[in-house]
Write a protein that binds this ligand. Structure first.
Ligand SMILES: [Mg+2]
Length: 310
């Protein structure tokens, strides 16, 4: 993969996030959006990206620096308490589970890998949304168990329930396969067998929640039967369904963002997955040009892409 492709993957996620921001929590079909808009839920200017991107940027910085998990939690803290990694110098819309993990680290002084909430009720999409740089970093790692172990650790910084960890496994292994030249349909056929035996029993028990993704008819499921909440199961199903039903990155972003509810995160992850599926496609450069705080984005993305391109 070259520098331009890596940058495109990252900007596709950020564009999805930013187009979704004004419509986060909006009911499905109460609006239609296919461009950068201002206002809405958070009353931010057009092109404002949210916590999805603000948690992804520290991961990129940390990978470039070779930082450990504690240093990554420190960066998350700088986001939440000092407005670092933000589009307009203000942190908004941080999910409860992520906020709790950061408090566990900075106030309660938990070790980074024990900061995540292990409760069944802490299964939002807050870990999933920030992990794309890890998939890029691991794309040439051929040891499945090693990839899973790292995916688990990076997830547990904020989300420690096995269902959230299983979601990260599925998401990152899909990206790994796409970045190695397979398409999504073929990937979905082989993934369950690859997981069997490699995933710990406690996480494997959660695989049932995601079973639908791997059924042959999933692509043809009606839109009415696709939920778009921030629950990690709903999010991952919505993202895979969106990418299966899109022929380009832009199309995936627009399809996802109009599903309603957790628009920004679902569009961000769908944009990311679509850009890994369509490696020669490019996200609309007009959208990229409208993103807030481009100097900050470039300052973090450019060195990351340069180091990762091999
Ligand atoms: Mg968000």
């Amino acid at each position: 993969m070259n520098i331009a492709q890596i940058k495109n993957i990252l900007y596709s996620g950020i564009v999805g996030d930013a187009i979704g921001v004004p419509f986060e929590f909006a009911k499905r079909d109460s609006y239609y959006v296919d461009t950068m808009e201002s206002g809405g839920t958070w009353e931010q200017p057009a092109g404002s990206w949210s916590d999805d991107t603000s948690f992804t940027l520290p991961l990129m910085s940390n990978l470039v620096e070779g930082g450990d998990y504690e240093q990554l939690m420190q960066k998350f803290e700088e986001y939440m308490y000092d407005n670092q990694f933000t589009p307009n110098n203000i942190a908004f819309g941080i999910g409860q589970t992520c906020a709790k993990a950061i408090r566990n680290w900075s106030i309660n002084h938990y070790p980074a890998l024990e900061c995540g909430d292990p409760s069944e009720f802490a299964n939002g999409n807050g870990a999933l949304m920030r992990l794309a740089p890890l998939a890029i970093d691991l794309r040439n790692e051929s040891d499945l168990k090693k990839r899973l172990a790292l995916t688990k650790n990076y997830t547990t910084l904020t989300h420690r329930h096995p269902r959230a960890i299983m979601a990260s496994y599925i998401y990152l292994e899909i990206l790994h396969s796409l970045l190695n030249g397979k398409n999504l349909t073929d990937t979905l056929q082989v993934l369950p067998n690859e997981f069997r035996g490699a995933v710990d029993a406690i996480e494997w028990k959660e695989f049932d929640y995601y079973q639908a993704i791997f059924q042959p008819g999933f692509k043809d499921r009606s839109r009415d039967n696709i939920k778009s909440t921030g629950y990690v199961v709903d999010t991952l199903l919505a993202v895979v369904w969106t990418v299966l039903n899109s022929k380009s990155i832009n199309e995936a972003i627009i399809l996802a963002v109009n599903l309603g509810e957790d628009t920004d995160t679902i569009a961000s992850i769908a944009g990311t997955m679509a850009s890994c599926q369509y490696l020669s496609d490019r996200v609309d450069s007009n959208w990229v040009g409208q993103l807030q705080n481009l100097p900050l984005l470039q300052g973090i993305i450019d060195p990351f892409a340069k180091i990762e391109a091999k």
